[in-house]
Design a protein around this ligand. Structure first.
Ligand SMILES: [Zn+2]
Length: 112
């Protein structure tokens, strides 16, 4: 393989048509040229963490999506989202279980 020159145009690895460095997909054949970065701004992080905490199962999707990314920042956001989802699920299960126990206790009082 020849060393790539600095100002040599980028070529699509599939159809060998010139592509731009900022393109995510080849305009000619649709080949994925690079990974589309996920938003890791503070606002989007807060959104994902809030989703993980308030609606536990839903937080898993962005969490896994972010974990699958190559960028270490995205991986970190994904790991936190998954951790928050697990934590929130445990609290939710414990809360439902304690409500159920209260309900059972009340039922046994009524039945006595
Ligand atoms: Zn192509």
């Amino acid at each position: 393989m020849l060393p790539r020159m600095e100002n040599e145009p980028l070529l699509c690895s599939v159809c060998h048509q010139p592509v731009l460095a900022e393109q995510y997909f080849c305009a000619n054949c649709g080949n994925s040229l690079k990974e589309k970065p996920v938003p890791i701004s503070l606002a989007s992080q807060i959104g994902i963490y809030a989703l993980s905490l308030l609606l536990p199962p839903l937080g898993l999707w962005p969490g896994i999506k972010y974990l699958a990314k190559k960028s270490p920042e995205a991986k970190k956001v994904g790991a936190i989202a998954v951790a928050l989802t697990v934590l929130s699920s445990i609290v939710m299960i414990w809360w439902i279980f304690s409500l159920f126990q209260d309900y059972l206790a009340q039922m046994s009082l009524v039945l006595q």
